[in-house]
Design a protein around this ligand. Sequence first.
Ligand SMILES: *Cc1c(COP(=O)(O)O)cnc(C)c1O
Length: 448
Amino acid sequence: MTNAAFSKRDLAVLWHPCTQMHDHEQFPLIPIKSAKGVWLEDFDGNRYLDAISSWWVNLFGHANPYINAALKTQLDTLEHVIFAGFTHQAAIDLAEKLVQVTPEGLSRCFYADNGSSAVEVALKMSFHSWQNTGQIQKTKFVTLENSYHGETLGALAVGDVALYKKTYAPLLMDVLTAPSPDCYFREENESWAAYSARQFAKLDALLAHHAHEICAVIIEPLVQCAGGMRMYDPIYLTLLRRACDKYAIHLIADEIAVGFGRTGTLFACEQAAISPDFLCLSKGLTGGYLPLSAVLTTQSLYQTFYDDYAKQKAFLHSHSYTGNALACQAALATLDLFERHHVIDANMVLSATMAKLSQRFLNHPHVADVRQTGMIVAIELVKHRPSRTPYPWQERRGMQVYHYALKKGVLLRPLGNVIYFMPPYVITEDELVMMFDVAWHAVLHATT
Ligand SMILES: *Cc1c(COP(=O)(O)O)cnc(C)c1O
């Protein structure tokens, strides 16, 4: 079978995510036959370097031998079992491990099966906890401009990316929205820290005014990924933690994208030395193998639900595949790999290489910004650099980068006109060089 044959069958029955299917009349779909490490291979024998970790989920490469072996053993032991009234070793081992590696104070783990569901769980738990403690006037959530927390209705409501949200606005709960700390908008010569702290003052004012009715603030620590890989300084999180304590508001850290080493530390919150009240994890949690998410919270929060059945305080939220054994085992193997290979240290070397290789873009006449946080590098393409005037979205410049890079064997998937790199941690120095080189020529191609 060839790419064309699979493509034809696919387009007759399938509907793909985040896609105007009509585009595929013009642009081919790419059927992948197999994958190994950072490389994907299609049915015509073309290879693509997975520079975006298959939508930010893959950490240690495709078909990783260690994760494969762990999964095969689990498969022959227990694939899945109902997780109410029953439990199993992989779920327990993983919860213990997550409690151990996440920031101090997070000691309870609730499983769901994708990122959006984890966000729903955290929102419901926060609200419900206030209800259980008699604070029934607390019904609102605070979010930041340009944030993204998933696409189920609750998660969409607390996000702020118009492209995904606008159409559904009439269906969504009201939220309070604060200005983003996004340092793309800092003044010339202003530091990231100064700008982020300045932006925090606006959130602080909002919290001070509405504290009585606010359940929680939900935030993507350090990088607003889906919002265009926009970045800010850890000081913002430090100040936010302090304010949440002061006003009795929960802090929900959505580390679904930035967790597991992406920002240079295992969790982004570590860089601000804070612990949230809820930590949402997914994506890299299973190394990119299986859908799983976890919401970590504190013992004191857990206690607000813990009572006689007749008090009706229990958290009754459930998903059929909660605590799936295969997914938990993939996550355990993934966490093992962090320790065995000193991944956080090794990534510092890779990040430094990424910093060096991205320098080339700094003086390009259509690049307004080159930014990096750990293993994430982003390049902002604009029509007019001095005024930072964006390209009209209709021109789909990022899309041109995507198609050009694919032809040269690199899978980039720009967010609008933001080209970014978020490779698996097993990428080599030579592959990084190739990845940035292809991106450079793709940018030249798309900006002329
Ligand atoms: C991807 C993402 C989600 C949603 O996760 P899904 O598994 O795609 O539902 C939520 N929050 C952030 C920050 C994400 O990047």
